[in-house]
Design a protein around this ligand. Structure first.
Ligand SMILES: [Zn+2]
Length: 449
């Protein structure tokens, strides 16, 4: 089938694609503790149904003690490669629902974009896979075997990732992985991901007293937990905003640079705020470590009492350069926090299973076909760009299946507001990505690939 035919077939299919994505977005599939896990299950079930409608023999993949993933497959010719299509169906919390222009879980189409939590990250990946498979299969059997894995805990936990990947090695084993959880540099500018950073969270807790005490009677000699924890967190950066933890890796970013004004614009940072650290913006967002404090727990301001606060907690988020020894980096951060804890306060640190970073090999046949497919689908030159984000499954796939060819792309763009309010996806880019993926799958017809 020629490109134009495929293109028009997907174009005609778009009402259905948008409908599928809308139905997915309407489910608040937040996997974090404190949210109803039934919603994550419901989004897994809908994902399964969407894949089945695309001709994929899909089912829930239950994760002991976690949220279900969805797995499906379409067998192809035995002598052709197996392509694993990846997305995730869980989403970030809405954070502050009142700050959204429209309700986060009421999918809304306006200005050529579909708004709602997960519209881009990463429910768009699910419908891209389904649309591409429908389009290619309309002509007959696939030219390669396809497996689809849609994870249900990407945003909230890496705890069960080893079980999901290594524990299902035979099920997931593939030659190529297409990770539809990236995005385009700009709307309409096809982009292929070249790297991701590693990531982990540490929860640090400080205790000074078994119970709160009167701040008049005991205040003065006794430190409180907020003072202590604040000092520890403040010690993670120097005055210039450079990290103070010894031995974290970084390297000058060799690829496309990001102008500072563009970065400021996109982040919507207040103009008077200074940017932290040294090196180019790309160095600081793609190939150096970064730390942000993601949460702080202490008495709420409107529940204030004249008490010495006995304990406080914070979540410290660490992003690591691709290639970093993530376990060692996590240990270094924990050791730093322990070492700087003042006044003998008790410190307890819980770590997550860290996700490694990853550098995509641009010399693989899959990468070359993907670049050609993107160029054809968008009719524009492809941008190759790293990502400051993390997809912990990717390095684990690479480790579990040595030699697997990895691609990272997606329909999100600079206006998608991943993890923030008013998340959205451009519907034309969604269509172009489905075309690109369909062309990519079709490229396996070429026996010399
Ligand atoms: Zn994602």
């Amino acid at each position: 089938m020629d490109t134009d035919q495929l293109r028009s077939r997907i174009h005609e299919d778009m009402p259905r694609v948008v409908d599928e994505l809308s139905r997915l977005v309407a489910i608040p599939s937040i996997g974090y503790d404190g949210y109803d896990p039934a919603n994550v299950r419901a989004s897994a079930e809908l994902t399964r149904d969407i894949l089945r409608h695309a001709g994929v023999g899909a089912d829930l993949l239950e994760i002991e003690g976690g949220h279900p993933a969805v797995f499906g497959s379409v067998p192809g010719p035995a002598d052709r490669p197996t392509v694993l299509l990846y997305a995730h169906h869980d989403v970030q919390p809405a954070a502050d629902p009142d700050a959204w222009t429209m309700p986060p879980f009421t999918p809304t189409v306006t200005g050529g974009r579909l708004y709602g939590r997960g519209a881009a990250d990463d429910k768009s990946g699910i419908v891209i896979h389904a649309a591409a498979l429908r389009a290619v299969r309309a002509d007959g059997p696939l030219p390669c075997s396809v497996k689809v894995i849609v994870e249900g805990e990407e945003e909230c936990s890496t705890q069960h990732l080893p079980e999901l990947v290594r524990g299902h090695g035979d099920l997931l084993r593939s030659d190529v992985a297409v990770i539809a959880d990236g995005g385009n540099y700009r709307t309409g500018v096809p982009t292929i991901g070249t790297s991701i950073r590693g990531a982990t969270h540490l929860t640090v807790r400080v205790d000074v007293l078994p119970i709160a005490q009167h701040s008049g009677v005991f205040g003065g000699p006794l430190p409180d937990a907020i003072m202590a924890l604040s000092r520890m967190l403040a010690s993670l950066h120097d005055d210039e905003g450079e990290l103070t933890i010894d031995g974290l890796h970084g390297f000058p970013w060799p690829g496309t640079q990001v102008p500072e004004d563009e970065f400021r614009d996109e982040s919507r940072v207040f103009p008077e705020i200074e940017l932290l650290g040294t090196g180019t913006i790309a160095d600081r967002t793609l190939s150096k470590a970064a730390i942000n404090i993601l949460a702080f727990e202490a008495p709420r301001v409107d529940e204030v009492a004249n008490q010495i606060v006995p304990s406080a907690r914070a979540v410290v988020g660490l992003r690591m350069a691709p290639g970093e020894d993530y376990a060692a980096a996590t240990d270094r951060l924990a050791a730093h926090l322990r070492a700087v804890a003042p006044w003998g306060v008790r410190v307890q640190i819980d770590t997550e299973e860290p996700g490694a970073g990853y550098i995509v090999d641009p010399t693989t046949p899959a990468y070359r076909s993907a670049r050609a497919a993107l160029t054809a689908a968008f009719d524009r030159k492809v941008v190759e760009m790293g990502s400051g984000g993390s997809i912990p499954l990717v390095p684990m796939l690479a480790e579990t299946f040595p030699g697997i060819e990895v691609l990272i792309w997606g329909a999100g763009d600079h206006r998608s507001n991943f993890h923030s309010i008013d998340e959205s996806v451009d519907i034309e880019d969604l269509e172009r990505m489905a075309v690109a993926e369909a062309l990519f799958l079709q490229s396996f017809e070429d026996a010399d690939r």
